[in-house]
Structure formats: structure tokens, C-alpha cells
Design a protein around this ligand. Structure first.
Ligand SMILES: [Mg+2]
Length: 391
């Protein structure tokens, strides 16, 4: 799966990414059924259409389908009204239908905060490796993506977590940008949806394989194309109030966060028109964002596997990967964990969503206060590790 020619620094060593087929992986620890093969299994790194519809502009997608992923983008970007409905579902005066839907979803994806015993059991004798999305997970979703800062409290907890476990940030952002937000040198970083991975030679005591620094950029040949489409999209969207185009090095994001709802379709049409000239790029929807990425078989799930192998945990039963994220692109990692029958996928969401994650967390990390459920969860991981480290 890994192509040595894609390793772009001379001193980089070859790393074989773990194979997707892990039928003999450890027994799952979860008290509810995993997805069937038809519901997310198999060797291909793709989700069922209803979970992650993609408009392959260079392929057989295209006209007529734009409303499908616009609806998907809206569905993954809960409005305040939807969040209020979700809150009502667990209040004392809920709508019965909403309450039933929410409870049913929570049965399938219980709160990670209620799973202390399971976390403790699953981590016994194993090395936890933590993978964290950034936007909507470590930082709040804000109108200006340039100001998606994480709180000092969150940074402190992540720093503490990284003392115990190898910890990686896996983000759609440019790697340098997400590092400028996190500012923790001891972490691993995978930017551009995993297409820009840096594994430092030094700086982490967890790396089981000693060696040289690794920079893995499987989409490096697309750099000129990405730069060109970024400039074209800037021009094509400048007349839409609130539209923002972000160059994330190996992918481009067109943000809809500040665009009036009644302009979404026209903006999406403009983006689509631009992409017609780039058959080797594809569009994927996210939370109030359209992502433009190279058509390569690489995503956050594969990035997670690459990092596990880089850390020396390939085909290893003594590891417990934990991935926490909030968006459609994180589903690729959740799906890998399901297929491996190993690890914990945790979706951050206030509303029920189709997901391959095992557990859920209601609150994103907009914590300027220290009692955020997210922070409590990370404390649980540290405590579980502490009480099981000698077993
Ligand atoms: Mg996110």
C-alpha cells in the first residue's frame, strides 16, 4: 500500500502501512454488534454512500447530484435549531419521537464518559495511542477558520495526555497551520487529511522503532495543481459574501460557515464548475465546508495506520488506538478501527448521525472551562492507564 517513491525526504525510511485485512485482530471489547461487512466492512476505504457521498467530478458523478452532497453538508453541520431539538430530546419535556431517536442512537453509540470500565478493560496491558482531530474536536467551530484557537486548558490536557501516550493530531488543515494552533512539539502531526505526515526522529520516547525522521506526502505531485485550483477558486468565489477559500497545501477548503443559506447552492455550483477542469481532483462535503482533494486512496484512516506502523505498532495486539473526531472525514478512521476490531472510535456530536464510531461525546471542546466532557474523557484515559499499567 505504501509507495516508497512517495516518501519525499532522502533520509526517510520505507514504512509499510498496515494492511486493511485484519480478520485475526484482537477480540472486540464492545458489548454491541459491529457493523456488518455490507455496512462498512471490506477492504476498500470507503463508507456507504449514505454516510459519505462523494461527488467524483472526474468520474460518473456530476450534474444532478449537487443537491445530494449539499444536503449531506447541511446534515453534518447541525444548526442551532437541530442542536436545540437534540437537547430537548434528553430534557424533561422531550418530543417523544426525537427522544426515541436520540436514545436509540445513544444505545448504538453510548457516551464514552459512561464507559470507564470498558476503557480500563480494553487498555489493560496495552499501549494507548491517541489520534485527535482538531476543528470541532480540540477547538470550537468558529466563523473565521483562522481564529479556531484551542483553549489553554485543552492544550494543557493534551500535553498531559501526550506524556502517557503517543499522541497525533490528524487534521484537514495544512500541517503548519494546525501546528501553529496546537504548539506542542512532542505530538505527531498529519495535515491535509493525512496527506502530509511528519514523524520526528527525536522528541518522543514512545517510538519503538529508532530511526530517521519521516515525512510522508503521498500527494506531493499534486502540489502545483492544488495551488492553481486554489487561486481559481479564490477568483470564482469572491463575489459570494462570506465565502472563504483556504489553501491546506495538499487540499483546498471552501468554507460556507459565513455564507447565507440561500447562497449555498450557487456557491456550490461555482465550485463545481471550477472542478470540471480538474478531473484528478474530487469534492467531499464536511461541516459547512467543501473539500477539494486529489483522487488518491489516502485518507485519515490510512494516515492513522501509517502512524501506528511508524511507531512500531503494525500488526500488534498490544496497542489500543483511540481516535476522536467530529466530521465526515474522520469516518475513514472510525471505519479502519471497526475493520481492525481494535481500538476506540469516538464521534463528537450533539445530534444523532450516521457513523462508524463506537462511542460518542456530546460536546466539542469549546472548553474554556475545565469540566468539559472532552477533558474529563482524556482524564479517564490517563487514569485508566495509571491503574492498569502494571497488569
Ligand atoms: Mg473536525
Amino acid at each position: 500500500m505504501t509507495n516508497q517513491q512517495n516518501v519525499v525526504v532522502p533520509e526517510a525510511r520505507e514504512i509499510a502501512v498496515a494492511a486493511a485485512e485484519t480478520a485475526d485482530s484482537p477480540t472486540p471489547v464492545f458489548p454491541y454488534p459491529l457493523l456488518s461487512k455490507g455496512g462498512g466492512g471490506g477492504d476498500e476505504f470507503s463508507l456507504p454512500d449514505k454516510c459519505l457521498p462523494r461527488l467524483e467530478l472526474g468520474g460518473n458523478g456530476g450534474s444532478g447530484r449537487i443537491n445530494v452532497w449539499l444536503e449531506t453538508m447541511k446534515a453534518s453541520s447541525p444548526t442551532r435549531a437541530k442542536e436545540a431539538t437534540a437537547a430537548a430530546a434528553i430534557s424533561s419535556t422531550p418530543c417523544i419521537a426525537d427522544q426515541n431517536e436520540h436514545l436509540s442512537w445513544m444505545m448504538r453509540h453510548p457516551s464514552a464518559l459512561s464507559m470507564f470500565d470498558e476503557i480500563t478493560s480494553a487498555s489493560t496491558g496495552k499501549q494507548i495511542v491517541m489520534f485527535l482531530d482538531y476543528d470541532g474536536t480540540l477547538s470550537p467551530i468558529v466563523n473565521d477558520p483562522e481564529r479556531a484557537f484551542m483553549s489553554d486548558a485543552m492544550r494543557g490536557v493534551v500535553r498531559e495526555v501526550a506524556r502517557y501516550f503517543p499522541t497525533a493530531i490528524v487534521s484537514g488543515r495544512c500541517r503548519d497551520k494546525v501546528y501553529s494552533f496546537v504548539r506542542l512539539a512532542e505530538l505527531y502531526y498529519a495535515g491535509s487529511h493525512g496527506m502530509d505526515i511528519k514523524v520526528p526522529a527525536k522528541g518522543s520516547s514512545f517510538k519503538k522503532i529508532s530511526g530517521k525522521a519521516v515525512l510522508f506526502q503521498p500527494a506531493s505531485k499534486f502540489l502545483p495543481m492544488i495551488d492553481k485550483v486554489y487561486k481559481t477558486l479564490l477568483e470564482a468565489t469572491k463575489s459570494t459574501p462570506g465565502a472563504k477559500v483556504e489553501n491546506n497545501k495538499f487540499c483546498v477548503s471552501v468554507h460556507f460557515r459565513c455564507v447565507d443559506d440561500n447562497r449555498w447552492l450557487a456557491l456550490a455550483d461555482r465550485v463545481k464548475s471550477v472542478l470540471k477542469e480538474y478531473p484528478k481532483l474530487r469534492l467531499t462535503p464536511g461541516r459547512k465546508v467543501l473539500e477539494i482533494r486529489p483522487i488518491i486512496k489516502w485518507d485519515k484512516g490510512r494516515a492513522m495506520e501509517f502512524l501506528l506502523e511508524s511507531l512500531g505498532f503494525a500488526d500488534c495486539n498490544e496497542v489500543l488506538p483511540v481516535y476522536i473526531g467530529d466530521d465526515l472525514s474522520d469516518e475513514d478512521a472510525f471505519k479502519v478501527l471497526r475493520n481492525r476490531r481494535q481500538g476506540l472510535g469516538i464521534l463528537v456530536s450533539k445530534v444523532p448521525k450516521e457513523t462508524s464510531a463506537f462511542y460518542s461525546l456530546r460536546e466539542p471542546s469549546e472548553a474554556s472551562f475545565c469540566l468539559s466532557p472532552f477533558l474529563v474523557l482524556l482524564d479517564i484515559f490517563v487514569y485508566a492507564h495509571y491503574i492498569t499499567r502494571d497488569t
